[in-house]
Design a protein around this ligand. Structure first.
Ligand code: PMP
Length: 359
């Protein structure tokens, strides 16, 4: 079997040791006599998997004790609606920062539940910068302030946690959770789908401060209710058990790598290598302001669009897959999450240089 380098934005490459362990344990998990897929979610074996999963995530992210950790379904997309349903807490307005396609979707869905105040937007720059947080229009009566920590499509990432002016800060970290250090205590709520830095698709992690939950209206179904799910350890209904297990393996792999600090150093080196290759060339260009270039998703365009197809074909011939940019922005995009080894990025950079030389 020859594995390729997979630059998909998600679902995306998983650490090879994780896949091998899953393969080894497919038939039987730790002397249990059964596959994880066959276990009752209430049984003692799966209880252990669930407990380790939460503990490992708490360790990796240094999650304070006054935060609940939930493992939900419906993707980050469902959270766009669950968040206002759960934490408006009687207020009628919420502030959102619009830095790209995923912010826009979050805003659109929140409008079904409250008045959305767009505190800042980078739409005018075609989402290539982040408006200066000191200029954001914050409403002190708002229930919370929402921002997208990393815009997966536009390749725009916050390098610092913005000041929320006292509002509970809510962040979509779907594409950069566990890739860099965050002081969780600055947030009211953080959420992320697992299919980029945490495992396969099918689980959504929600980390929420205790005082924000428990006041959702009766129209919120219990499985979507943070307080109800917290009380039931995210098992109000049958969870996606095998996916929980796989996320658990990824977290253990990350702990072995030295945790978030160590992986952040590697992510910085990988991103620098790729941006350098782009900036030094006259064929490739990344339009994002250098202060907010994403370390996870690196979009770039070719000076001549006619070269897009040949570029992608030649990349695949060299074992470099899923480099096509999102259909809404075109061009290319290389997603280089935690599981992408530095050799993969080097292979991409070498290929890009060679392609430029021959075209
Ligand atoms: N937010 C961000 C930043 C994303 O990148 C994505 C998926 N690419 C989503 C939300 C939506 O995630 P899902 O498809 O799991 O609902």
């Amino acid at each position: 079997m020859s594995r390729i380098y997979n630059f998909s934005a998600g679902p995306s490459a998983l650490p090879e040791p994780v896949l091998r362990q899953a393969q080894e344990e497919l038939m039987e998990w730790r002397d249990s006599g059964m596959s994880v897929m066959e276990m009752s979610h209430r049984g003692r074996f799966f209880s252990l998997i669930a407990e380790e999963l939460e503990n490992d995530l708490r360790t990796l992210l240094a999650i304070p004790d006054n935060y609940k950790v939930l493992f939900m379904q419906g993707g980050a997309t469902a959270q766009f609606s669950f968040i206002p349903q759960n934490i408006l807490n009687g207020r009628t307005r919420a502030c959102y920062v619009n830095t790209g396609a995923w912010s826009e979707k979050a805003i659109q869905d929140a409008k079904n539940y409250c008045e959305v105040i767009v505190s800042a937007s980078s739409e005018a720059s075609k989402f290539t910068n982040i408006p200066d947080p000191s200029d954001w229009a914050l409403d002190e009566q708002a229930a919370y302030l929402h921002y997208t920590a990393n815009e997966t499509i536009h390749g725009v990432e916050f390098s610092d946690i913005p000041d929320s002016g006292g509002l509970p800060l809510v962040s979509d970290m779907s594409s950069n959770i566990l890739s860099r250090k965050f002081d969780l205590s600055r947030f009211g709520l953080v959420y992320a789908g697992t299919q980029k830095n945490m495992g396969p698709a099918g689980v959504t992690v929600v980390i929420v401060r205790d005082d924000l939950i428990g006041k959702a209206g009766k129209q919120t179904p219990p499985v979507f209710n943070y307080a109800d799910q917290a009380k039931n350890h995210s098992m109000l209904n049958t969870p996606a058990t095998y996916n929980w297990y796989l996320v658990g393996l990824v977290l253990k792999w990350l702990l072995k790598q030295g945790g978030v600090d160590a992986i952040e150093q590697r992510n910085m080196a990988k991103a620098e290598l790729l941006y350098q290759t782009i900036d030094q060339s006259s064929l490739y260009r990344n339009p994002v302001d250098s202060s907010c270039r994403s370390r996870m998703n690196v979009p770039f365009i070719l000076a001549d669009q006619n070269l897009d197809k040949p570029f992608l074909a030649a990349a695949e011939a060299n074992g470099l897959f899923e480099l096509k940019g999102h259909r809404s922005v075109g061009g290319m995009r290389a997603s280089i999450y935690n599981a992408m080894p530095e050799e993969g990025v080097r292979a991409l950079c070498d290929f890009m240089a060679e392609f430029e030389r021959t075209h």
